[in-house]
Design a protein around this ligand. Structure first.
Ligand code: RIB
Length: 327
């Protein structure tokens, strides 16, 4: 079988991770830090590496500074086997960094809060990606996120749309998207907060629970704007999927300890796209992506936590997966 080719145009970020048992309030200092680590990440790089670790032939396009973090981030994608020839090094800006505050309270699931300083990611220009116009038809899928300038994403979406190449937009972090852009997407994967921003429909009930009828309404709004397949990730409440033929909700694979939720959504998106490219049905792809993301949350860091295909298969086997989970 031909190995599917995936193009990721997106971000690199060096994550600086502070684990703490207490998150400070305004004007407060807490002496409750538990540990510090740095790990390569960025939504684009995470999704690219996840797809590569699942056996896809991945090309990544993006921008890095000419600095130490840039070297490390480039090494992280290259050592996953990704073709990074289209990654630009720009000496006039710094590579992106983030502050990941990881709240670790005994007996509770770890939670994160992330501030990204976008640096080189936001210096990527439309002319930097023009070379893709004639090359995009080589790919089986294009994956995008919202950590690079929107006009760059729009250009890549137009190139892909003209050539009939499916596009997945992981619409994170939230920003408003126009109807023309949405109408050209094959897949969109907002989380519940981003779905609220995009549709104005609040799907959470205030206690961390989800109102599924609202999730269905939000998915319908996006479908009516022309997105072909809508995937709303719901954190520990699972994931919802809607296209013209079906609406399904899948629970989380709740069989591991949550060490660090960072990159769970990226792992899910990279795995879902890989699964679709491998020929799985939508339902199988959702399950496969759920299992993949489950492994990711059981480990520290972003790229450091993303599993390889055998680990996903082993977990599915251990969980006696038989082709479908809790629809
Ligand atoms: O989705 C997780 C990622 O978001 C982190 O790796 C961080 O870099 C931010 O881009």
């Amino acid at each position: 079988m031909k190995i599917p080719r995936i193009l990721v145009v997106g971000s690199f970020v060096m994550d600086l991770i502070y684990s703490t048992s207490k998150v400070p309030g305004e004007g407060e200092t807490v002496n409750d830090g538990l540990s510090f680590a740095s790990a390569p990440g960025g939504k684009g790089a995470n999704q690219a590496v996840q797809a590569a670790r699942l056996g896809m032939d991945v090309t990544m396009v993006g921008k890095l500074g000419q600095d130490m973090f840039g070297d490390e981030l480039l090494k992280a994608v290259e050592s996953a086997g990704i073709n990074a020839e289209g990654v630009i090094r720009d000496p006039s800006c710094s590579s992106a960094v983030s502050n990941v505050v990881l709240e670790v309270v005994p007996g509770k699931k770890a939670k994160n809060r992330i501030i990204v300083v976008p640096g080189a990611n936001m210096s990527l220009t439309v002319s930097d990606v023009e070379f893709l116009k004639d090359k995009i038809s080589r790919y089986d899928m294009v994956i995008l996120q919202l950590e690079i300038p929107l006009e760059v994403n729009k250009k890549v979406i137009d190139y892909a749309y003209e050539k009939g190449v499916p596009v997945m937009l992981n619409s994170a972090p939230y920003q408003p998207l126009d109807d023309d852009l949405l109408s050209k997407l094959t897949y969109i994967s907002p989380n519940e907060h981003e779905a609220y921003g995009l549709t104005g429909i609040k799907t959470t009930d205030g206690d961390g629970g989800i109102d599924i009828s609202k999730v269905e309404m939000a998915a319908k709004v996006l479908l009516n704007k022309g997105v072909k397949n809508v995937i709303i990730t719901l954190g520990s409440n699972g994931v919802a999927f809607m296209n013209r033929d079906m609406f399904i909700v899948k629970p989380c694979v709740d069989i591991v300890k949550v060490v660090d939720p960072t990159a769970a959504g990226d792992s899910f998106t990279g795995a879902f796209c890989s699964a679709v490219c491998m020929g799985m049905t939508m339902e199988e792809a959702l399950d496969f992506a759920n299992y993949t993301a489950t492994i990711t949350v059981s480990r520290m860091g972003a790229i450091t936590s993303l599993p390889v295909i055998q680990e996903v298969r082993d977990l599915m086997k251990k969980d006696n997966y038989i082709g479908k989970r809790g629809v």
